[in-house]
Structure formats: structure tokens, C-alpha cells
Design a protein around this ligand. Structure first.
Ligand SMILES: [Mg+2]
Length: 394
């Protein structure tokens, strides 16, 4: 391997095509081939996603739904089913994690993957990209666009340029040429203000930005000039930040002595749920899907998964579902014994601030109090009555 190849990264950007609308068309075959618009349906509603059939009418995401209705009166208008999309998203992210742990999720249906370290084991970046596309289609019935490049900027450009059903690799040497004809506003991080400034000094394409005299650009833009110009040349050193975008937050415990007492198992489960809920809230997230992991001695592992009634970060709500999953498993085992027990939450979205004060706050208020106490005194200083049972001799 030449030193240059060793230093070049292989980044993949995956973006599901018209994700919400595609899930609706998948679940309801009568909607296939029709313009499907998913979004808020109230007077101030906004389009989240629309199917490709709606796009010739001029319907776009982030457009007011009322405007979409005028453009496409015969469209099928649906409210989002985030839980269902989260389920599909969890499978998609499972596929990502099969090729690399370096996954930075941007939303339910979009992520960057750094597969540089996976090439030795899994082959070329194209073969990894194909594998991702194929696995997602096989397991979810949904189509993903896959872009590949030496960095995030170029990988994202590749998926955007080739979608829908996209598959494109742009090599380091080609990036600048591919970017050059595009309007400067398409360059990542260029907002409206910067775009207007660039237009004023006669820069309209990314190519013109790349070729501009650096001191002239600095006079117009200040300190951000060199970074922008590097991006315009297709150079982007930003890392794929996997920790920022955890797709699943979990906690598990391996018992010193196998657990055959269901009450004890439930007490441990509650403790795990509290840990998970605290970590999820600390990131200002809430999750839709609960997964329980159960290992029977010596090495037989089961996972059981179910959705919460609504996305949540509440320990008691997570526990309610996890306990049901544990109970169902317990009843089907002739001689249930656990060596390991774990729980995780996935299918995240951001917790809207106002949600912390309205419905769903039943368990959340207690959870938040506990979070504060745990912060002040270190984890474990306050445990619910149920958790105390775990201190019984095993
Ligand atoms: Mg998408």
C-alpha cells in the first residue's frame, strides 16, 4: 500500500430515498405510484417528506402543507408515524454497524460511515457500498442512495448527485471538477448570508470560489475564507463523529452467578432501564424502541424488541416494555436462567423542550429528580425500591 493510499479515508454517505413516504408506500401497496405527502396536516403544517411521484408537481420537503395541497390536490396526505419509521431506521443502522463502528447518524434515515478500517476485511469501498444498499433493500424493502468519497463533503455530494436509487463514488482527484459547476449555495456550510456576500463579489459557482484570489476572499469573508476555499476544492478533514450520534444506548450486566429468580431478574432490569434513561436524557434524546438482551448459560443469546407507545426517555416507561419482553421470554423457557441481561433504547429523535412539561411527564419528573441526585452524589446514591432488590444475595 502506498503512503498516499494509507492516508486516504473512505467515507460513505447513506441517505434513504423519500424515507417516510417510501415506508408508507411499502406498508400500503395501494399508495405505490401515487404522490404521497407526509407531514403536518394542520393549518400550519409543513411537509416532512414527499414521494418522488409528488415532485413533478413542485412539492418539496419543508414546504407548507397548504401550499403542497394547492400544487398537488390529488396527493395522498398522511401524518408521520415516527415509531414505524424508527423501526425501519433501527434496521438500517444495524446494517451500518455491520460494516463499521464509525457511524455518524444525521437523522433517522441518513448517516456518514467511515469504512477506512473495514476495507481490509470487507473489500473495496464500492463492495461495502453495494452490500449496504442490498442489505437495506432485503431487510426493509426500502431503497437507499449511497455516495462514496475521500471525505464527508464529497461522499454527501455523491449520494445527492446520484439519488434516487443512487450509487456513486467520487475519487479525491475528481472531486474538484465535479463540484466546480455547482452553484456556490450548494456547498456545505454556505448559508444565505455567505451566499449573498459571494454573489456580490461575483462568485456564483463552487469552481469560482475555489479559483478566487485568497486575499480578496479573506477581505470579503474574514476568517472563514480558507476553510470555505478548501471545501470548494473538495477538501474536508472533518471526522465521522460516531459518539455524537449513538443509534442505540444500552446497559447490560453479566451475573457472577446465573439468575433463575424472575423477581431478581426484573430488579436488575429496572436498574439497567434507569441507567439507559439517564444517558438518553443527558443527550436530550428520546427513543422509540426497547430491546432486551438475554443470555442463557453458556452462550445462547436472545434479543426481544418492542416499541414504546410514544418515544420516551422515561425509565418507568422503558421498564414497562422491557419487563413485558422479559416476562414473555421467561414463560417460553422450560428452565429459565440468565447469565447476562441487558436493555437498550434506539430509534432516537430530539426531545422537544416543551415535551418535558406536558404529557408523558408521569415518570419523567421522578427520573429528572433522580438524575440530579445521581449527578450530585455519584451514580447509585438514590435507587428506586425495585432496584434495591438487586442487593439481595444472589
Ligand atoms: Mg433521505
Amino acid at each position: 500500500m502506498s503512503p498516499m493510499a494509507a492516508s486516504e479515508r473512505s467515507i460513505i454517505h447513506v441517505d434513504m430515498d423519500a424515507f417516510y413516504a417510501s415506508v408508507e408506500q411499502l406498508d400500503r401497496p395501494e399508495l405505490r405510484g401515487r404522490p404521497v405527502i407526509v407531514g403536518g396536516l394542520g393549518p400550519r403544517g409543513v411537509v416532512s417528506t414527499c414521494s418522488y411521484e409528488a415532485r413533478p408537481y413542485g412539492v418539496r420537503s419543508a414546504m407548507p402543507t397548504a401550499q403542497a395541497r394547492r400544487l398537488c390536490p390529488d396527493g395522498v396526505y398522511l401524518v408521520p408515524r415516527i415509531e414505524r419509521y424508527s423501526e425501519a431506521s433501527a434496521i438500517v443502522f444495524e446494517v451500518f454497524h455491520e460494516v463499521t463502528p464509525q457511524v455518524e447518524g444525521l437523522s433517522l434515515d441518513e448517516a456518514f460511515l467511515d469504512v477506512t478500517a473495514s476495507l481490509k476485511l470487507l473489500g473495496t469501498v464500492e463492495s461495502i457500498g453495494r452490500r449496504i444498499k442490498r442489505s437495506i433493500l432485503e431487510r426493509t424493502g426500502l431503497v437507499a442512495s449511497v455516495g462514496m468519497g475521500p471525505n464527508k463533503l464529497v461522499a454527501k455530494l455523491a449520494s445527492e448527485m446520484s439519488k434516487p436509487d443512487g450509487f456513486l463514488r467520487i475519487r479525491g482527484g475528481e472531486a474538484r471538477t465535479k463540484l466546480a459547476p455547482l452553484p456556490v449555495g450548494r456547498l456545505w456550510t454556505v448559508g444565505k448570508v455567505t451566499e449573498q456576500t459571494l454573489h456580490r463579489i461575483g462568485i456564483h459557482t463552487i469552481g469560482e470560489l475555489a479559483a478566487c484570489d485568497p486575499s480578496r476572499l479573506t477581505r470579503a469573508l474574514g476568517r472563514q475564507a480558507p476553510v470555505l476555499q478548501a471545501l470548494a476544492r473538495g477538501e474536508d478533514s472533518r471526522a465521522v463523529e460516531s459518539e455524537r450520534a449513538e443509534q442505540s444506548i444500552g446497559s447490560e450486566h453479566t451475573f457472577d452467578t446465573d439468575v433463575a429468580d424472575r423477581n431478581l431478574a426484573e430488579a436488575w432490569l429496572l436498574k439497567q432501564c434507569e441507567r439507559v434513561a439517564a444517558r438518553v436524557r443527558a443527550r436530550n434524546l428520546r427513543g422509540a424502541t426497547v430491546t432486551v438482551k438475554l443470555r442463557e448459560p453458556p452462550f445462547t443469546t436472545y434479543t426481544r424488541q418492542a416499541s414504546l407507545a410514544a418515544p420516551s426517555a422515561s425509565a418507568s416507561e422503558i421498564f414497562e416494555v422491557a419487563r413485558r419482553l422479559l416476562g414473555a421470554w421467561w414463560q417460553t423457557q422450560p428452565k429459565p436462567r440468565l447469565r447476562l441481561l441487558g436493555v437498550s433504547l434506539s430509534g432516537f429523535d430530539r426531545l422537544p423542550q416543551e415535551d418535558m412539561f406536558v404529557e408523558g411527564a408521569r415518570g419523567a419528573a421522578t427520573d429528572q429528580v433522580q438524575d440530579r441526585i445521581n449527578l450530585r452524589f455519584g451514580n447509585g446514591s438514590l435507587v428506586r425500591a425495585g432496584s434495591l432488590r438487586t442487593r439481595e444475595p444472589e
